[in-house]
Design a protein around this ligand. Structure first.
Ligand code: NFS
Ligand code: SF4
Length: 645
């Protein structure tokens, strides 16, 4: 890959340097493999390939318009879509389940190293879910809350309790459509049943279940994951840190945590601060230990502990190519199976930690049983022991990092907006009603080798804040913005529109708020619900001037997130398409037809500038409907004004 090609693939300087180094070091990365895979299968891309039974695989073409069983293209595409949504919901929800089980162990006093760190979060959740608290100890309350949470997974008939956290009107819409989900596990099993050969063939019925399953995520497993994580590890509050590969240091032992679950990474943060461990590192000739994160595990420990972020999804291999990583500890989701191959070129050890997620070439250390703090210390010592195996000739850590502020949980935003004694969303609602803030955009999702990494994320974010749109972010998108220096208040002064700038200055927040990992997209719904409850901006989520955007998404989880946003009444812009183009009916239902039901739909817009225009249009439509778009405040620019700008 020559220099020019590298520049087409990644945006930030650190990634450019490392991708070039990969060529010099003869390391194959996802960027090379994306080239090898270049002519990606058109049947797969359009969703028309069915391999659900062994009469097939069947592929739909004009000459072969039906599968052997007679399945139409609509059935096949809808079935494939439902299975993807179920994959995403399952990933988030199973993550949630693990945290809930951990909470139970902690409350039973069986998890050394952990504790209920945020009793306020526990009490708040107990209130929301109607758990008796009067005169009861935190552990007792927690155990009852765990029962409620476990029931969200196992319930067979009743609908999810978490749904009741949504605005009343939205709940009524779900009720009328008959898409209120029952237990998370049951809905996933039902999805697999419905998509089995010869069961559900009505594309609309299948898609309806896709939306139902997505609700088990956003208003189920993911919400439960965020709540339980806050109880165990603390509700995030604004915290300073840094992002990009330059957070690693030449003279320290560098340990990266990568994946999604906070259970181990949180304890690792404790382990690296242990005086005995620090001594151990010194004795090995290192100046100290640097713990940093990749992907959403990074976001979890960033939000709560200010642990720096080494990179987002497409930087996971590039981080190893610095030659300065002693150990990369992976758990679940978004960890490429290529990591041990890349690591084999250097001294880096890849350690997998959960029995449900093993990778060939990685050493496996189970940290679920026994004393996690001891296990964490053991891993850190093992990384320190590996320090001596570095090959100095292969080390090159890019200098690039950017400062950031993260940690904007809904609680934190409320507090920032209203102060400790009057914590509320009122000032935000007022700013929207007065047109100082046009609306809110939740920009979320991944990086994708189909596009230049970070580019769409960053163009969109910058253009929206220029136009007075407050941006909420999670996941790898938030890391894109962090690397570009957009997660600090100062940037507001530089590029935000006047109205947004005034609000940010008055409140002391950046115009781009980092709200956490991808399961924390439920926090965006929570924030939107607060806006509705605060009053003045309609009585449903679909009335609020808010949109969701997934510019560079790639995972099934992102599809599920998109679906629960739409089902919640929030329009979603996609930067790259679903695998549904093969069915005119499915495609048009998702991008248009479902609006009649939810008041929102998907919009595929592959150009970031066009996406900006559509978002502004969507926000203005909502504002018009609310009657808050006063003409005098909408200045139209003529050529002279434009030149002056
Ligand atoms: Ni979300 Fe987080 Fe990143 Fe995408 Fe993967 S890490 S859960 S799926 S790639 S944003
Ligand atoms: Fe072919 Fe029908 Fe079997 Fe799918 S379910 S592989 S379309 S025969």
């Amino acid at each position: 890959m020559d220099k020019l090609k590298v520049l087409e693939k990644v945006l930030d300087n650190a990634s450019i340097e490392m991708l070039q180094k990969a060529q010099d070091d003869c390391v194959d990365t996802c960027f090379d493999r994306a080239d090898t895979q270049k002519n990606q299968c058109g049947f797969g891309r359009t969703g028309v390939c069915c391999r659900i039974c062994h009469l097939g695989p069947c592929r739909i073409t004009p000459k072969a318009p039906k599968g052997i069983c007679g399945a139409t293209v609509d059935t096949i595409v809808a079935r494939n879509f439902l299975r993807e949504v179920t994959g995403g919901a399952s990933a988030h929800s199973d993550h949630g389940r693990h945290i809930v089980l951990k909470l139970r162990e902690v409350a039973e006093g069986k998890a050394p190293g952990y504790s209920i760190k945020d009793e306020r979060a526990l009490r708040r959740a107990a209130d929301q879910y109607g758990v008796e608290q009067e005169g009861r100890e935190a552990n007792e309350v927690a155990l009852d809350l765990v029962k409620v949470f476990m029931n969200e997974f196992s319930e067979q008939e009743e609908t999810l309790k978490t749904l009741t956290l949504a605005p009343q009107k939205r709940q009524a819409i779900w009720e009328n459509l008959g898409i209120k989900p029952s237990g998370i596990d049951r809905m996933a099993v039902e999805a697999m049943h419905r998509t089995h050969m010869g069961v559900d063939h009505d594309y609309k019925n299948l898609l309806q279940h896709a939306f139902r399953v997505s609700l088990t995520d956003g208003w189920g497993g993911a919400r439960v994951a965020s709540i339980a994580s806050d109880i165990l590890f603390g509700t995030p509050a604004p915290v300073k840190s840094r992002a990009n590969l330059g957070v690693m240091q030449k003279n320290t032992v560098n340990i990266l945590v990568h994946g999604h679950e906070p259970s181990l990474s949180d304890i690792l943060a404790v382990a690296v601060a242990d005086p005995e461990i620090k001594e151990y590192a010194k004795a090995a000739g290192a100046e100290g230990i640097t713990l940093a994160g990749i992907c959403c595990t990074a976001n979890e420990v960033l939000m709560r502990r200010g642990i720096p972020v080494a990179g987002n999804f497409l930087q996971q291999e590039l981080a190893i190519i610095t030659g300065a990583v002693e150990m990369m500890i992976i758990d679940v989701q978004c960890c490429m199976p290529s990591l041990p191959d890349v690591a084999a070129h250097y001294h880096t050890e890849i350690i997998s930690t959960l029995d449900i997620a093993k990778t060939i070439g990685a050493a496996h250390v189970n940290v679920e049983k026994g004393d996690t703090l001891e296990a964490a210390k053991g891993l850190v010592k093992r990384a320190i022991d590996n320090f001596k195996n570095r090959d100095a000739a292969k080390i090159n850590i890019p200098k690039d990092t950017a400062p950031l502020i993260a940690g904007f949980s809904v609680d934190a935003i409320k507090y920032m907006l209203g102060g400790r004694y009057r914590a509320s969303f009122r000032p935000l609602n007022d700013a929207i009603m007065q047109n100082r803030i046009l609306g809110v955009a939740g920009i979320v999702g991944c990086n994708n080798t189909k596009m230049k990494s970070d580019e769409y994320n960053n163009i969109l974010t910058a253009e929206l804040i220029k136009r007075n749109v407050l941006v909420l972010q999670t996941g790898c998108t938030a890391i894109s913005s962090a690397k570009a220096g957009m997660l600090v208040p100062e940037i507001a002064l530089e590029i935000a529109g006047t109205g947004l700038r005034e609000v940010c200055e008055a409140v002391g927040i950046p115009p781009v708020l980092h709200m956490g990992s991808c399961v924390d997209n439920s926090r965006i719904l929570e924030a939107a619900t607060e806006v509705v409850l605060e009053g003045g901006l309609g009585d449903d989520l679909s009335a609020v001037p808010a949109v969701g955007v997934a510019p560079e998404w790639m995972s099934e989880k992102a599809i599920t997130i998109g679906c629960y946003f739409v089902a919640s009444g929030i329009d979603v812009i996609l930067g790259n398409p679903f695998y549904v183009a093969g069915s005119e009916k499915v495609n048009s239902y998702l991008h248009d037809g479902c609006r009649a039901e939810f008041g929102a739909s998907f919009h595929l817009i592959e150009d970031p500038y066009q996406a900006v225009d559509r978002i502004i249009e969507l926000l203005n439509k909502k504002r018009d409907a609310l009657g808050i778009n006063r003409k005098t405040e909408r200045k139209m620019f003529d050529m002279k004004d434009r030149r002056a700008m």
